[in-house]
Design a protein around this ligand. Sequence first.
Ligand SMILES: Nc1ncnc2c1ncn2[C@@H]1O[C@H](COP(=O)(O)OP(=O)(O)OP(=O)(O)O)[C@@H](O)[C@H]1O
Length: 258
Amino acid sequence: MVNGPQCERTHMTSMLDVNGLNVWFGKGRDRVDAVKDATFSVANGESFGLVGESGSGKSTILRAITGLAPDWSGAISVNGTPVPKKRPKEFFKQVQMVFQDPYASLHPRHSVDQVLGETLHLHGFKDIDARVVKLLDDVGLGQKFRFRYPHQLSGGQRQRVAIARALAPEPELLLLDEPTSALDVSVQAEILNLLANLREARKLTYLMVSHDLSVVGHMCDRLAVMKDGEIVEIMDVAALRAMKATHPYSQHLLEASI
Ligand SMILES: Nc1ncnc2c1ncn2[C@@H]1O[C@H](COP(=O)(O)OP(=O)(O)OP(=O)(O)O)[C@@H](O)[C@H]1O
């Protein structure tokens, strides 16, 4: 069951359209249907949250969009263009992902300069030096971090590098997979504020996974509630704040989060 708000927004330009998405892992008896018939749209400039308990399929939706889930059916469009099975390089100029664990997502022997420089080079930029400096400023690190290695950085600093790397190709859509849940509580708010400011400054669109309703309430305009691989409700954050979920499972999530 999907509620109304998304219908009201069909007149707005869509950045992302996901239609009847199914994602599965394994075959035969071992098959796991991780996402079942998921349909939602994210408008240009919107921040959209995916919430639900562990294992409900949130991360799998992001992985399917970015091409990291091999078996899927349905339709995914970015900026009105259907995404092909094998993502072309241009796709990653539009869509980038920030992963949950900044310890796992950065190569231990690559300096910050290499991480950002190589990404910029891969995407065909020529003014790499100036862009590395700008990216480090934009994520609040500054030049003194440029030649450091991941082991010389805190978790929050690593996540800032991962965010800078995601911004390097100048994407329009960021897929954020629990971007603060692996961080110390003390730095979580800093990273969320950074993401909110970057969205504003760069007119970005966010699709953000979180198991934390307060994070989604702070960061998102609308959200989808997932349960056992299905989207059970799509609602405005205003409805979340007013505790006005209609689906019993969403109500249960809200009550559990108080
Ligand atoms: N590579 C994989 N191989 C097999 N099953 C997988 C794989 N990745 C995910 N799954 C299964 O798909 C289902 C959805 O997982 P997913 O990670 O998307 O959930 P989630 O809502 O993001 O949970 P979490 O918050 O714990 O990450 C789970 O049953 C999970 O075990």
